[in-house]
Write a protein that binds this ligand. Structure first.
Ligand SMILES: Cc1cc2nc3c(=O)[nH]c(=O)nc-3n(C[C@H](O)[C@H](O)[C@H](O)COP(=O)(O)OP(=O)(O)OC[C@H]3O[C@@H](n4cnc5c(N)ncnc54)[C@H](O)[C@@H]3O)c2cc1C
Length: 339
């Protein structure tokens, strides 16, 4: 993976021109972006977006690239990565004098907790989900163990409302800090002011900078064992060591699908093992598309569309995508459009 060290062309943080994003995604498919930008604090991220806005560049945000299909060979504008925003704090770390409590800091309004057993964590957008799982069980905090084995960053988990069928990341959120890329305003939002749904945090074009998560307290060993058990079950059911973008489709309405998840529907129609080039529907789990070698974004997209067509024609069910797509037909819009 290319490291981002340059501070070129006036960017207020590290920025690399013509960066290949392939190795920044778990599917290992991706194009070359005009600028890859790596802020190392929420403040630098805010400044980088301001710079991009004034330069008229499109802005996209990249976390761990674990639910992302980059379908085109080139992307214009910039991709802001949260790779260097990998920080987790206890609320007590935010008392007066701490570097986060300066008046300009977007996190300055996290109330310092008077007690050290406060069951909350403060996480920047680039905090790793597996780091969160470990930190939580080490501190005896219940609520993150269901993320065991789920790759990605906290910002991506907020955007996707990552989780399982019955639980989503937002169930633990107390509040978030969101940047409006159009106005440059940083907004603090309580959980009740947000509207996440199944596998969608509904960030509505904003960029997640940080959040406070609230947990229940529980026995550390019990939590560690539960996390290990989730990981074991996940590894048995899903191709976690292969190159994929996680689940491609959301599970359909159980009434429509007789309770079958998207993967089971694909499996029942005999579509596992279906290939386009080096892209293949996993034989272990029908909701995963694998890159078996040198698959291109276009091949992965063609395979996804073919599966959707067959499921639609044979069951009448229109599968909806969970995976986010950049570039290619119907790819998602940048959070900031080019001027
Ligand atoms: C093997 C495997 C297993 C998985 N298992 C699960 C699972 O059990 N449950 C589950 O829910 N998911 C699962 N996933 C999918 C993935 O791990 C989650 O969706 C995760 O939350 C993605 O986070 P990310 O940081 O990688 O996001 P990315 O893939 O980088 O981005 C996804 C979307 O979020 C946006 N985004 C990223 N960061 C921000 C930000 N700071 N602000 C605003 N928008 C942002 C991106 O622009 C993009 O639209 C799995 C993936 C893999 C590869």
């Amino acid at each position: 993976m290319e490291s981002v060290k340059n501070c070129s062309n006036g960017w207020p943080c590290a920025a690399l021109p013509s960066a290949d994003l392939r190795d920044r995604t778990t599917l290992k498919v991706g194009g070359v972006v005009e600028w890859l930008v790596e802020p190392k604090s929420p403040e630098e991220l805010v400044a980088a977006v301001k710079f991009a806005r004034e330069a008229g560049l499109a802005v996209r945000v990249l976390g761990g690239g674990a639910n992302l299909l980059i379908a085109s060979e080139t992307l214009s504008g910039c991709v802001i990565s949260t790779d260097n925003l990998n920080r987790t704090f206890r609320p007590t770390d935010l008392e007066e004098g701490n570097e986060l409590s300066g008046s300009d800091a977007p996190l300055s309004r996290v109330a310092p907790a008077p007690v050290s057993d406060d069951p909350r964590l403060v996480l920047w957008a680039g905090a790793r989900l597996q780091g969160l799982v470990r930190t939580a069980y080490q501190l005896g905090l219940r609520g993150a163990e269901l993320l065991s084995g789920v790759p990605g960053h906290v910002g991506g988990a907020l955007a996707m409302n990552a989780g399982s069928r019955a639980w989503g990341f937002w169930d633990q959120v107390e509040r978030v800090w969101l940047l409006d890329p159009l106005s440059g305003e940083v907004m603090e939002r309580a959980r009740e002011e947000c509207s996440p749904t199944y596998r969608d945090g509904h960030l509505d074009g904003t960029i997640a900078l940080a959040c406070v998560l609230r947990f229940e307290t529980d026995n550390k060993t019990l939590l560690k064992n539960e996390a290990a058990e989730y990981l074991r079950a996940k590894s048995a059911a899903q191709p976690v060591t292969k190159k994929s973008a996680g689940c491609i489709w959301k599970n359909p309405d159980p009434e429509q699908s007789n309770g079958r998840g998207a993967g089971k529907l694909v499996d029942d129609l005999g579509l596992t093992g279906l290939k386009v080039g080096d892209a293949m529907v996993s034989t272990q789990h029908g909701n995963f598309v694998l890159n078996n070698g040198a698959a291109t974004g276009a091949e992965v997209l063609e395979l996804i569309e073919e599966v959707e067509r067959r499921v639609q024609s044979e069951t009448g069910i229109q599968l909806l995508r969970e995976v986010r797509q950049w570039g290619g037909a119907n790819g998602e819009s940048p959070v900031l459009e080019p001027a």
